[in-house]
Design a binder for this molecule. Structure first.
Ligand code: 3HC
Ligand code: NAI
Length: 693
């Protein structure tokens, strides 16, 4: 075995050269890896006794793509194209031996090999679209030459990972080899290639699959139409589609040029910068500076949930889905029956859509036990409380849990706003208490805000992070403050939206601007969907806000056919002249002079105070890093991922501009806009939130 460089080795197995890459954690195509491939291929090709070359990786995976951390930095060493050309133009056949994942640039390298073998557990994909990019190393030109335009369209725009068996079925993988025996399998395959004198199969020379789609623009038109909703706001899917069109309509080299042109456009744009930032942000959330990675965790084998209402049911489903038995406790049989029935119905709906078998439904339901007694939670390793949002009730429940549940168990509360430390004070073990703030619907929404109390132990935090991952959530560890991170910032947007409608913008203007910004819906459409009467009581209602007036008129949202909007029988929303008049009259009564409000002002009023509040949250240490706040907003509130989250968006606009606007608004409207000290400091130092460490 000869070392080519610090990450690449070249070995000879008779007349077969084996080029091995070893660059943990994922063999990404960093400069040394590209150099290693380039030099290794050259050396192997130069040896006259070599009749085939196997390209294989050590560690958990084949090459998982370009090295994302190198993007935007000056290029070093051999380019990826040099490395690929060295493979594709090699004198002898090159065989890619794939395990783990061949992703992005990794699959593009494999596509320049003349053959590909894989173990059955391997997966291949071109996930660049998720980074706001397109496969920029020939992937969009080579992939359709093997799998055809339609399948290629799906793969590049979804970024999905395709299992090796499916890859073999569509010709992307030439042969599956025995699991755990990749090297032997690849060598045996290479032997066959040599003995059978198989040709140097270059994917770039295959044309029949792309010719099949030539002159059929309807394929692309139909694909765009079918996915318009999914792609809304994103630039990368369209650029990916254009590349596949180029593969179909242009000669290979010209298609490559088009791919390069579109790739560079995306690479230098804001969307990809945001999506690459989110890639690392999603991985950063799991790291808590003062909770070491080797902190002992508590084994969680049995879970208890208290309250089988909107949240409790969804919370229970998360654990059942992960194969963890749950006992759910309610106060009355009726409520318990209702809660269990909703869970069953949700599973059955999933089964009807083909995403679960009826057998799976029964398996999950069999792991769920209903109870009317907290005593049944005595042996639980984790209990999540989801009863009414009332401090008295929560404290009463936690006092009882303290007496009942075994020592060492985690006692979690799903409170949205209440003080976790006060809830913990009802127990003699506040170190075991933590907030687990799920988002509705709890079985669907990916975010879990973990709220660390003053006394929450490191073991409880480490276990909560581990469990969050296990149930498929993305967690963000936050501190105790009203509304924690997400709802605290939401309050800023809600307040401004309510003020703006009195100042002259209509609810549908605000909703349109925020929808076009990239949110799934605006705040008023959201209120109509949720119901305007959440927390509203007729007897206490005094027509003091627009919401109260609408509720008093029985315009309580979609469910009553009217709210901020009017709804037809199909629940299509229309701007409401009635509501417009109510708002205008109300403003007049309050002496507010209505004026024309620009779309730009709507963004500045609704979003800049959120950024400012995020800065206050950081200043107070209630979030570990700005990117955790962004993760909360992307995964809990539908913030468009291509804008990177509110804090990243602040960086994109320029914090000096945000600060100047906040000061201007403060001058006009007062303390609600007072800039955070951290924001002032960062602007003075010319820093961005991304620069805070
Ligand atoms: N570049 C740089 N670092 C990467 C990386 C990449 N392509 N892929 C993963 N990493 C890092 C992660 O940041 C993480 O670092 P950390 O431990 O310091 O946090 C570490 O590798 C392990 O990653 P995961 O925690 O994600 O490990 P998993 O085992 O859960 O997942 C994976 C492995 C499926 C490979 C996943 O990491 C992944 O999806 N990676 C990205 C794949 C990708 O997007 N490739 C395309 C890149 S763009 C490209 O190739 C452009 C080309 O067309 C020119
Ligand atoms: P809900 O009213 O739908 O359900 C609460 C359930 O708890 C009811 O079924 C009630 O019978 C039961 N309950 C009350 N006291 C109990 C007790 N002592 N023992 C056992 N069961 C008891 O309320 P929802 O919406 O599920 O909210 C629960 C908690 O989750 C609240 O703290 C809320 O703030 C929080 N939350 C709610 C979200 C939402 O969108 N609904 C989102 C995130 C958190």
């Amino acid at each position: 075995m000869a070392a080519i460089n610090e990450v690449t080795d070249l070995a000879l197995e008779g007349d077969i050269a084996v080029l091995t890459l070893n660059s943990p954690p994922v063999n990404a195509l960093s400069a040394p890896v590209r150099d290693g491939i380039f030099k290794g291929m050259g050396e192997a090709s130069a040896n006259p006794s070599v009749r085939a070359i196997v390209l294989i990786c050590q560690g958990q995976t084949f090459i998982a793509g370009a090295d994302i951390s190198e993007f935007g930095k000056p290029p070093k060493g051999a380019s990826l194209f040099d490395a690929q050309a060295a493979i594709e133009n090699a004198r002898v056949p090159v065989i890619a031996a794939i395990h783990g994942t061949a992703l992005g640039g990794g699959l593009e390298v494999a596509l320049t090999c003349h053959y590909r073998v894989a173990v059955p557990s391997a997966r291949c994909g071109l996930p660049e679209v998720k980074l706001g990019l397109l496969p920029g190393a020939g992937g969009t030109q080579r992939l359709p030459r093997i799998v055809g335009a339609e399948r290629a369209l799906e793969m590049v725009t979804s970024g999905e990972h395709v299992g090796a068996k499916a890859c073999a079925a569509m010709g992307l993988v030439d042969e599956l080899v025995e699991e755990g025996k990749l090297r032997e399998g690849a060598l045996a395959f290479a032997r066959k290639v040599i003995d059978e004198k198989r040709p140097l199969k270059r994917v770039r020379d295959l044309n029949d699959k792309v010719e099949a789609a030539r002159g059929k623009p309807e394929i692309f038109a139909a694909f765009r139409k079918a996915n318009a909703r999914k792609f809304r706001g994103f630039e990368a899917p369209e650029a990916n589609i254009k590349c596949i069109e180029a593969a179909v309509n242009l000669p290979f080299e010209e298609g490559l040029k088009e791919e390069r042109r579109l790739f560079m456009g995306l690479m230098t744009g804001n969307q990809s910068a945001a999506q690459r930032y989110v890639f690392f942000a999603e991985r950063a959330v799991w790291k808590v500076p003062d909770v070491p990675a080797d902190t002992k965790t508590i084994p969680v084998q049995k879970v208890g949930v208290i309250g089988a209402g909107t949240m409790g049911g969804g919370i229970a489903m998360n654990f059942l889905n992960a194969g963890i038995p749950v006992t759910i406790v309610e106060q009355k049989q009726e409520a318990l029956d209702r809660g269990l029935a909703v869970i069953r119905k949700n599973y059955e709906t999933t089964a009807k859509r083909g995403r679960l078998t009826m057998e799976d439904v029964e398996k999950r339901m069999a792991m769920l036990t209903g109870s009317l007694s907290l005593e049944d939670l005595a042996d639980r390793d984790l209990v999540v409380e989801a009863v009414f949002e009332d401090m008295g009730i929560k404290k009463d429940v936690f006092g009882k849990l303290d007496r009942i549940v075994k020592q060492g168990a985690i006692l979690a509360t799903n409170t949205s706003y209440l003080n976790v430390d006060e809830i913990a004070s009802a127990t003699k073990r506040p170190e075991s208490v933590i907030g687990w703030h799920f988002f509705s619907p709890a079985n669907v929404m990916r975010l879990l805000e973990l709220v660390r109390g003053d006394k929450t132990s490191n073991e409880v935090i480490a276990t909560s992070l581990q469990m969050a991952r296990k149930i498929g959530k993305i967690a963000a560890l936050v501190g105790v403050c009203p509304g924690f991170v997400g709802n605290r910032m939401l309050a800023q947007r809600q307040r401004e939206a309510q003020k703006l409608i009195l100042e002259g913008a209509m609810p549908w203007d605000i909703d349109r601007v925020l929808y076009d910004f990239g949110f799934p819906m605006g705040p008023f459409a959201m209120s109509d969907l949720a119901g305007l009467d959440i927390g509203w009581f007729r007897e206490k209602s005094t027509s003091s806000t627009i919401r109260e007036i609408l509720c008093e008129m029985d315009r309580r949202g979609q469910k009553t056919g009217a709210g901020f909007y009017d709804y037809d029988a199909e629940r299509n929303a229309r701007p409401s002249p009635v509501v417009e008049k109510i708002i205008r009259d109300f403003a007049a009564k309050k002496g507010i002079n209505q004026r024309t409000i620009s779309d730009q002002e709507i963004i500045e009023r609704c979003i800049y105070p959120m950024i400012n509040e995020g800065a206050k949250i950081l200043e107070e240490g209630k979030a570990i890093r700005a990117s955790d706040i962004d993760i909360v907003w992307i995964n809990g509130y539908g913030w468009p991922v291509y804008r990177g989250g509110p804090m990243f968006f602040g960086d994109t606009i320029g914090l000096d501009k945000v600060l100047a606007k906040m000061k201007e608004f403060e001058g006009q409207m007062g303390a609600e806009f007072t800039p955070s000290k951290l924001l002032e400091k960062m602007v003075a130092e010319g820093k961005r939130f991304q620069d805070l460490k």
